[in-house]
Design a protein around this ligand. Structure first.
Ligand SMILES: [Zn+2]
Length: 138
């Protein structure tokens, strides 16, 4: 994503595009990697060694709050960030930990409306296993 585009995305969301926010946005709004906050920190500090952990964490929270990112709880104690906001499912490779998007229409969940006692607001399927070699993204 080019910087001008990022600046206008941030400004449209009411976010002041500081250099550090731009650095975080540049990676996290364009990635399909589903990084954790620590992975974002590692990636961004490779280019901006003086960026603090607090800045990265606060920026991620701000992006979530402003609707630019979604926070996903895909495993116990593991929160990852996803810039893809339209509905989709996820596949987690149990050996590599790599998380891939699965198109919404590729998995169907049936009978949700028959569940008694729940008001379902949202759902997604998290599939686990091994990616087949041709599809493995490393
Ligand atoms: Zn995703």
């Amino acid at each position: 994503m080019v910087s001008d585009e990022l600046i206008s995305i941030l400004e449209r969301s009411g976010i002041q595009p500081s250099a550090h926010r731009m650095a975080v946005a540049h990676y996290v709004l364009g990635t399909a990697e589903h990084p954790s906050a620590d992975q974002v920190l590692a990636k961004v500090s490779a280019k901006f060694p003086y960026i603090s952990r607090a800045t990265v964490y606060n920026t991620l929270n701000l992006f979530v709050e402003k609707g630019l990112l979604q926070e996903l709880y895909l495993a116990e104690g593991k929160v990852v960030f996803d810039p893809k906001l339209d509905r989709h499912h996820h596949f987690i490779d149990e050996e590599t930990g790599i998380i891939q998007d699965v198109p919404w229409e590729d998995v169907q969940v049936c009978n949700i409306e028959n569940l008694k006692g729940f008001e379902i607001r949202d759902y997604q399927v998290v599939l686990r296993g091994r990616a087949k070699p041709a599809k493995r993204r490393i």
